[in-house]
Design a protein around this ligand. Sequence first.
Ligand SMILES: [Zn+2]
Length: 440
Amino acid sequence: MSQTILRGGLVLPLDGSEDWHNPGAVCFEDGTITYVGRVEGAPPAQPDAVVVDCRDRLVLPGLINTHTHTGMTYFRNLLEDLPSAGWFRCEQQAEQLMSREDVYWAALLGAHEMLRQGITTIADRFSHMDVIVEALAHAGIRAVVAPSLVDRDAGMRKRQALALLEQYGTSGDGLIHVGLGPVGPDTCSTELLRWTREQADRTGALIFIHLAQSQQELAEIRRRGYDGAARYLDAIGFLGPDVVAAHCIYLDEEEVALLGARGVRVAHCPASNAKIEGRVAPVLALDREGVRIGLGTDCAASNNGMDLLGEMKTAGLLHKVAACDPEVMDTRRLLSMATGDAAACLNLAERAGSLAPGKEADVVTVRRDALHLQPWHDPHAGLVYAARGADVCDVWVAGQPRVRDGQLLAGDAGEAIGRAAAWAERHGPALRAQRLSTGG
Ligand SMILES: [Zn+2]
């Protein structure tokens, strides 16, 4: 058995209690957490144990990103200050320039970036998911992946989705499992959405869909004769507690209640919504209807990074401004949206999202000794409003080390960076010119 003991840190289990242990300890053996508590109560170190001195660190569960697209990491810093329709048009032009090899390396870059910043689990979706899944498995990040389903090439996409479902399953027993990924109510026919519902019922896969994301989507739904995307999906029998809907910006009050009644989960991406639509999703109203909400960074093209510590702060600030109320969206709630609530959104609550014996050892440490983090009156507040992804020191996924002392252990991060730079050099000038002619 391989035992790891994180000793002496300020341990934040984020298990729904207000507790923290200081000085605390977390132990794990063969990928499973065996102890969380005060350092005095920790089990003795076995002769071959790895013991990590965490006296100047905070120890917390790995963060969970409920919506991202690692395959789009090469579009970072490319799509700024565009109208919504122009953003989507330019993004699609950029997508056309991605070979399968490019997609692999973009996904690897994104996975490394997230691991480095303490994200241990992601819900990822894009085309070429058969390639992306190899990159994610290679990086060693926990992921539920949803291959994109749209009307274009629908037959081929359905076959690919079923093949991946067959290969990786839907249980979450391994690091990778598979969901269904209809892109949106406007880009999928009613037939394709009904097929997705049937497959979800048959396999137990979660459904990941963009919902009420843009004005263009709303216009298409109105052409189909429905006043609202959520209302349309409900009318065709699509909504249910296995649906994880990203964005949910353009919902009226009745649709907010509808999502609550159907048990739909929401992946909330505040930075992306602000950037592409200039909007804040009605999260406080969704809260009142009991909707489960996880936080998502969305992709590097719409954020421009994948840092959930930063995303918590963005969410807190945006909702305080939107509500004209500084008391809403407190720090505990924000942390839960990136840990426990996010795990529940992805059907991973029994495995991840908090530090507790029996859970998978997805564990992160954050430095406490930096200038910009002093003093630590309240670790919850420090994490949400002062710390950033770059403050993450160590990361384990299922007990396996991915980051030590702020350094990724993967040997190919440098190659991933070099390939991204080469792609930008090759395609950047043409994409920027296209943006000027068609986007802005
Ligand atoms: Zn998305």
